[in-house]
Design a protein around this ligand. Structure first.
Ligand code: FES
Ligand SMILES: [Fe+2]
Length: 400
């Protein structure tokens, strides 16, 4: 058994199969995933530093739901459905910006205060009296963890993000996440031609690093290890290789990086990844903190979104280091995009016969195990047409 997993107890007879092929192609499965996972689990929107002034807002679309996060005049950050109470238009069209002291719906001009209450309808005499609270923007659950703002569209099974990530408190506290600042590059989003679960399947293992990611291999290939999902979170740690690096970006990155003195020796020359079920990864570097997440659009189309935050005390040298780590990451993402699309394509082949996972891909299985808890239907043959949601519900309620 490889000790790279830090899991000496792992026996050889764990289930090395993946998800059933039908789960990638089923429209009914996708609808269930939207409802049970994406709407009912915390979704990262931004960092409070993206919302510096009253009226600053960020919007995020997730499987048909739309979040608007805005800082009020009182300094409080609130989250609402980006949904006008008149006829359902977006009240804010842009991804980010400042709406001054009032949110004006672009359809007919109803206005809302920054705390969500209705300020006024356009031509109010043509409407009955409208209570400002009752007809205010609908709030959604919000949770702020170390400055990172999460929303949840419907009640769900997860505890607070603070609780979910508490096992990493000690390790993460040294990164001073509260004080991070936006990189200034906004959020990036890419559409991938694959089912969203293919993105997770590629991302949840480091077995492919030596061949598929020359940059990462050059940076930390000798020391990378994954810790599979446990209570909804995973951890991967990658201490840099001892040598100077061979590739241009890696060599220069290692040369230029002077890690902050507040990071301990273990983390000064390492990249740390923290995964949060179902669709989020933080990557914590000595020069920056990044996140990426994915949302399904269709069974074969997925949006991958991400952002980068810089250190509060970033100097020119650290900025250059951040540029170089970003360069390594951009190349890695392109490499992963290809692997994700090949993973998706594989299932269309008449010769495709499922997968067999290596010990170094236990992270994939550990993620599937959580999915299977939410979707016990994954342990069965494809349910007959129109029956997936009800079958899953019956299984969740203890039926057989
Ligand atoms: S839909 Fe917003 S004002 Fe009409
Ligand atoms: Fe990868």
């Amino acid at each position: 058994m490889s000790d790279i997993l830090h899991n000496p107890d792992l026996s050889n007879d764990w289930d090395r199969t993946g998800l059933p092929a039908w789960s990638f192609f089923s429209e009914e499965m996708l609808e269930c995933e939207k409802d049970l996972l994406f709407r009912r689990h915390w979704q990262l929107v931004c960092h409070v530093s993206d919302l510096r002034d009253p009226g600053d807002f960020i919007t995020l679309d997730v499987v048909g739901d739309r979040a608007l996060v805005v800082r009020g005049k009182d300094g409080v950050v609130r989250a609402f459905h980006n949904l006008c109470r008149h006829r359902g238009s977006r009240v804010v069209a842009e991804e980010s910006g400042n709406c001054k002291s009032v949110i004006v719906c672009p359809f007919h001009g109803w206005t809302y205060n920054l705390d969500g209450t209705l300020r006024g309808a356009a031509q109010p005499k043509t409407l009955p009296d409208l209570d400002s609270k009752e007809y205010g923007l609908k709030p959604i659950d919000i949770d702020i963890w170390n400055g990172f703002v999460f929303v949840r569209f419907l009640p769900g099974p997860q505890p607070s993000i603070t609780k979910i990530l508490s096992r990493f408190d000690e390790e993460l506290s040294q990164y001073r996440l509260d004080a991070l600042l936006p990189s200034g590059d906004g959020f990036h989003a890419t559409e991938l031609d694959a089912n969203w679960k293919c993105v997770r399947d590629v991302d949840n293992e480091g077995y492919h690093v030596p061949l598929a990611h020359p940059g990462l291999q050059d940076l930390y290939g000798a020391h990378y290890y994954d810790e599979p999902f446990q209570d909804g979170t995973s951890r991967s740690f990658a201490k840099f290789n001892e040598d100077d690096g061979r590739l241009w970006s890696v060599k220069n990155y290692k040369n230029i990086l002077q890690a902050p003195e507040y990071l301990d020796a273990e983390h000064k020359d390492a990249w740390l990844y923290i995964g949060v079920f179902p669709n989020l990864v933080f990557s914590l570097y000595p020069d920056s903190v990044n996140f990426y997440q994915e949302f399904p659009r269709e069974i074969g189309k997925t949006i991958q979104r991400g952002g980068t935050y810089r250190l509060a005390d970033e100097d020119r040298r650290m900025k250059l280091a951040r540029y170089l780590s970003g360069r390594i990451d951009n190349i890695t993402s392109k490499e992963d995009e290809q692997l994700i699309e090949w993973t998706w394509e594989a299932a269309f082949s008449s010769g495709y016969d499922g997968v067999i996972l290596s010990d170094l891909e236990l992270g994939v299985r550990s993620y599937h195990d959580i999915l299977r808890q939410h979707f016990p239907v994954l342990n069965e043959d494809k349910p007959s047409e129109g029956k997936l949601a009800s079958r899953n519900k019956a299984l969740l309620n203890g039926g057989d």
